[in-house]
Design a protein around this ligand. Structure first.
Ligand SMILES: [Zn+2]
Length: 136
């Protein structure tokens, strides 16, 4: 089932991120000069200023560090209400904002082990795979 979502940010860097997601991989920019990971997408490294990156594959494993339930319909009927946003600390370090997949509200807990899944979605830019997280 394809879910309609708010429009993604597209353009340099963002397009590469979504292309990796389309292949079922979560990859983040890794600086060629200082080896720091960058997320969200950057045009130049926040640590050393380099603009040379590789796209490094993440394991898709992480832990839940925060979560928030939205009861206000900010997207005017686009999303099923209420919806949850979660903050996952990836095992590689970056914090990643996402949505939970089939995690009951009462099971959302600090330190919960989660793993990556992809949800078939679409927006004005077309079909895409959204990285989400389920219980490990
Ligand atoms: Zn750097």
């Amino acid at each position: 089932m394809t879910t309609t979502r708010p429009d993604r940010i597209l353009g340099p860097g963002h397009d590469e991120f979504w292309n990796w997601c389309a292949r079922g991989e979560l990859r983040l920019q890794c600086c060629d000069d200082c080896a720091e990971l960058a997320w969200p997408v950057v045009q130049s490294c926040e640590h050393c200023g380099s603009n040379s990156f590789q796209w490094q594959a993440m394991t898709g494993k992480g832990t839940l560090v925060s979560w928030c339930r939205f009861d206000h319909d900010y997207y005017k009927g686009l999303l099923d209400m209420p919806y949850w946003t979660i903050l996952v600390e990836l095992d590689e370090g970056p914090l990643f904002v996402s949505n939970p997949l089939s995690i009951p509200e009462e099971e959302l807990a600090l330190g919960l082990a989660v793993s990556l899944a992809f949800q078939d979605c679409e927006d004005a830019g077309g079909a895409f795979k959204l990285p989400v997280f389920k219980k490990t």
